[in-house]
Each structure stands twice: as structure tokens, then as C-alpha cells.
Design a protein around this ligand. Sequence first.
Ligand code: HEM
Ligand SMILES: CC(C)=CCC/C(C)=C/CC/C(C)=C/COP(=O)(O)OP(=O)(O)O
Length: 285
Amino acid sequence: MSLQQKIKAYLKLGKLGVVSLLDLAAVAGAFLAYKHGISLLPIIPMFIGGTLASMGAMIINSGIEIDRDKVMSRTSKRPTVVGYVNRKEVIIVGSLLAILGTALGFIDNILTAFFIALGVVIYIFVYTILLKPRTWLNIVIGGFAGSAAAWAGYTSLTNSLTLEGFLLGFLIFMWTPGHFWSLALKYREDYVNAHYPMLPAVVGITTSARAIAISNALMIPIVLLLGYYINLIALIAFSILSLFLMFLSYRLILNPTKEEAIKSFIFSNIYLMLILLIMIIVKLI
Ligand code: HEM
Ligand SMILES: CC(C)=CCC/C(C)=C/CC/C(C)=C/COP(=O)(O)OP(=O)(O)O
């Protein structure tokens, strides 16, 4: 394989779509912490470090899961499954990226490096190795990996975590089940075949649709509280977005098909993306 093909394989394993939303969460965290007069420069090492570490974490995950990825239609064409890159190499490359990413966090401060490392440790050891094959609560607890991105962003500017910074990470934690269960509802058979106890594979379609609606409803007070902390424009925008999210969750309960599930998945990503963008824009104007 040429170097170019290898890089292409690693970019695929690094899941740039997911990384870009994690990056946005980290940058939104930094802007939430921003006050007039402080420097925005620490965002740069945090952003590059967070990007490398989250790509590294996802690359390690795909090295660990080759056997199960083979069985699932959605993951069966990954470069690891097809044999373009082998397990050992993937785990080494992923670990090096994770270490380099954490090291870049130290340019800002110890807390930022700590949260970057925490994201990797939760995703790899707690989620992928410990919980994913054992319990439907896997992604509930695994959601803290995403929170770590927001906390790394917040602490990059302040070197401390206040209540509003904590809330942003907590919002990502509360958002994750609705995001993931919608996708897992669409690919339910994959998870049954791979013997992963994801909620839709354990309790069936109707209960999963209800669980998505409940977890989204539980997230909304946190979103509104953050909006209240920011300003009235943010509060109004967050309320409108949340109403639409609940409307889609309600439709999914009435009609729990794969089509509705994928709509719910796509909108949950757009929802978080818009909330994070609004948080940044409000601070810039
Ligand atoms: C333990 C928690 C999470 C689990 C289990 C999970 C699971 C997944 C899975 C299986 C996909 C399928 C697509 C792929 O393989 O590329 C996906 C896509 C996605 N996830 Fe997550 N996710 C979690 C947390 C997060 C967090 C915290 C974020 C960002 C803040 C995020 C953002 C995204 C985005 C943007 C996509 C769409 C990617 C694309 O289409 O390229 N996820 N997620
Ligand atoms: C601060 C920092 C470095 C944070 C890292 C956080 C992180 C890596 C979150 C990843 C979440 C994610 C995409 C899970 C995929 O689930 P899966 O592995 O079950 O998906 P699969 O079925 O596609 O393998």
C-alpha cells in the first residue's frame, strides 16, 4: 500500500464527521469561558490536540473491534476489516496520536491535558472494552467521553471548571443517548448479530423510541439552563430547536420505523451543532 492510501485509510478510521462535532463542542466550551481581555490563543493547541486525540481514540477503537465490525453491515468495509491496515499497526498509530494530542494539551495547562486524556480513557477503556460488550448502559456512561471535549475547551482558557462549563459537558452527556439510540434503532440487526447489548437490540423498537424521547426530554432543561446563562436570544433559539427535537421524538414513538430513526439521528446532530454554533456566535457579536 502506498503512503497516500494508508493516510486515506486512517482518515476513514478517524471518523472526521464525529471529530468535527467534538471539535465544535471544544471550541464552544472555550467561547463559553471567554471574557473580554483574555487571550484566545490557547484554543489552538487544545483544538489540534483534541482533534489528534479523538481521531487516535477512534482509530484504537477500530483496532479493538475488528472481529465484531466484520459482522455488522455498517462497519464491514472498514480498512481494518478489509485488511488494508492490521490490528497492531492501528493500535500503535492510534495510541501515538492520543499521546501526542494529550501532550499538546499541556501547552495550555494540566487540566486541559487531563480532559483530553480522560476523553480517550473513557472511550477506550470504559466504553469500548468494559461496557460496550456487557450492558445497554454502555453509551450512557460512555457519553462522558464527549463531555471531556467540552471541558478541555473550557479549561483551555480558564484553567478551571465553573458551573456553566460543567453544564456544557453535562449537556453533551445527556444528548448522547438520543443521538446513539436513534442510529442503533436503524442498525438494530447489526447489533443483534454482533452480540452487542445496545438498547434497541435488547428491549426492541417501541421501548427504544420511548427511551430516545425520554432522554431527549431530560436533556432539554440543561439546554435551556445554558441558554438562560448565555442570553435571551440563545434561550429563544434553544427553545425553538428543542421543540422541533421533541416533535421528531414524538413522531418516532408514533411510527418507530428505520426512516424515522435516521431522521431523528440526523436532526440530533444538527441540533447539537446549531446549539454549539449559537453559543460561539453570541459571544462574537
Ligand atoms: C459513547 C458515545 C457515542 C456513541 C456510542 C456514538 C456512536 C456513533 C456511531 C456508531 C456513529 C456512526 C457513524 C460512524 O461510525 O462514523 C456516530 C456518528 C456520529 N456521531 Fe456519535 N457517538 C457517541 C458520541 C458522540 C459525541 C459525543 C459526538 C459529538 C459531540 C458525536 C458525534 C457524531 C457525529 C457528528 C456522527 C455522524 C458522523 C458522520 O456521519 O460522519 N457522537 N456516533
Ligand atoms: C476529548 C476527547 C479526546 C474525546 C474523545 C471522545 C470520543 C472519542 C468520542 C467518540 C464517540 C463515538 C464516535 C463513538 C462511536 O461508537 P462506537 O465505537 O460504538 O462506533 P462503531 O460501531 O462505529 O465502532
